[in-house]
Design a protein around this ligand. Structure first.
Ligand SMILES: [Zn+2]
Length: 55
């Protein structure tokens, strides 16, 4: 068995800096952000919530 337990790997959208567990979502987000200059709620719903609470 060679299952490595890395620290939780998150993928960041380089446009809006939201973080995702799945690289797919991060790339979808980045593609959307670049194209539309805004975020897609259906995509950002998959983002990890930041540890610091906002507002
Ligand atoms: Zn994004």
């Amino acid at each position: 068995m060679d299952m490595e337990q890395n620290d939780q790997q998150l993928y960041e959208c380089s446009e809006c800096h939201l973080k995702y567990k799945d690289k797919e979502w991060a790339e979808k987000c980045r593609a959307w952000c670049r194209k539309h200059q805004s975020c897609n709620l259906e995509i950002t719903a998959h983002a990890e919530k930041p540890e610091t609470s906002l507002g």
